[in-house]
Design a protein. Structure first.
Length: 399
């Protein structure tokens, strides 16, 4: 067994232990918060929490019976304190999906989601608006859990299939030592790493950003509904983002490029992206293209589009900007995308040391094409992101 194999197995064992301990940790956190914030029936709440812990430890092998009892206990505990809906209810989602099969998975997830939404709303819906809100939030939770679980299963299946293929190759080539064995290990590690990097990048650039937008729109809908304004528009935006995220998830699984570039030139795709982002976030955003536009290699166009998406997502989450500008510049040997905003800015050195996955993924995409990514920003002075990549055309590569 190689050092890389040993590290991978240790990591998998660590993750497995964490998943086993997660229900108990969530239960303890919920019980402690309930004890601190609830003054009535504390001992009864602790007794029910202890019963739930025993149920998880003893009954988990019985699958369907276990999940039914778990969902009932979650419902009872949620009537004692909303903290159980905030934390321990996640156990219902995880174990419904892992212990059940087929449509029964969605039944368990739906029951848990309905209990959680009811707890957050303070009881069963009383009006038509409450019923619509209850059904929508329940459906959104079920869709999100199903989507992430499905992507996780696909990734796991691909990893398992890759391991089986590697095992067969190792059996066939066992007699060939030295260089053959070394090349095999390197190819396996590179394949696993590249696939994980591709899936992680695509999930972040599509699903994660889409779900962030869904959450933002749902929060806006809740606030708008409380003030009796146009909350239906926010709900409509959330539904549109959810559908787009589902479509992008399917495209990611099948390793298909962005839908925006299938039949639309890059400048038009970026113009549409900018306009939609501006309408969604109610901010001014302008797009400009300079130079002679020409069809570029698909990877070049996808890199620039994903860079624009990530930059706009960062502006929406962190910048607090009032105006945004995007410029696509076609030059002889390079093509450059500049994204500027007049927001709060940040320290690029701190971002380089502890930045999130978005900036890292953006930089990796650009450098993979032998390009450069430059970020200029200062507190109170806005931010400018510039991505330059070689202007490789389709004609140059025969694509």
């Amino acid at each position: 067994m190689t050092t890389a194999d040993g590290r991978l197995e240790r990591w998998e064992r660590l993750v497995a232990r964490q998943l086993e301990a997660a229900p108990y940790l969530l239960l303890v956190v919920s019980a402690v918060l309930a004890w601190q914030n609830e003054s009535q029936g504390r001992m009864l709440t602790l007794g029910l929490a202890a019963l739930a812990a025993v149920w998880i430890a003893v009954m988990s092998r019985f699958r369907a019976v276990y999940v039914i009892g778990l969902v009932i206990l979650i419902g009872v505990l949620c009537t004692r304190s909303i903290w159980f809906a905030s934390f321990f209810a996640f156990t219902g989602y995880l174990h419904s999906w892992s212990h059940l099969r087929g449509l029964w998975r969605f039944a368990g997830v739906t029951a848990t989601a309905a209990i959680s939404v009811t707890a957050y709303q303070g009881g069963l819906p009383q009006s038509a608006g409450d019923v619509i809100s209850f059904l929508f939030f329940t459906a959104a939770i079920v869709a999100a859990v199903g989507l992430f679980s499905f992507v996780g299963e696909v990734t796991t299946e691909r990893s398992a299939e890759r391991k089986r293929m590697v095992a067969q190759l190792e059996e066939t080539m066992r007699e060939n030592a030295g260089l053959h064995a070394q090349l095999l290990v390197q190819a396996r590690e590179a394949g696993v790493f590249d696939e994980r990097q591709r899936m992680a990048g695509e999930i972040h650039d599509t699903i994660a950003q889409g779900l962030t937008g869904v959450v933002t729109q749902l929060q806006a809908a809740v606030h708008a509904r409380e003030s009796d304004t146009d909350w239906q528009r926010h709900v409509g935006n959330a539904m549109t983002l959810a559908r787009e995220s589902l479509a992008e998830a399917r495209r990611t699984i099948h390793a298909v490029g962005p839908a925006q570039l299938e039949s639309t030139p890059l400048p038009e795709a970026l113009d549409e992206l900018t306009a939609r982002w501006a309408a969604l976030h109610e901010l001014r955003a302008d797009f400009t293209a300079t130079g002679t536009a020409r069809p570029l290699h698909p990877e070049v166009e996808e890199t620039l589009l994903r860079t624009a998406q990530e930059a706009l997502a960062n502006i929406a989450k962190h910048a607090g900007a009032a105006r945004v500008g995007l410029t696509l510049s076609y030059m002889n040997d390079t093509v450059t995308l500049d994204v500027r905003d007049d927001g709060s800015g940040f320290d690029p050195l701190l971002a380089a040391d502890g930045g999130g996955f978005g900036l890292t993924a953006m930089r990796k995409r650009v450098t993979r094409l032998a390009g450069t990514l430059e970020i200029e920003s200062e507190y109170g002075g806005g931010t400018a992101v510039s991505a330059s990549v070689p202007a490789i055309t389709r004609r140059d590569t025969g694509v």
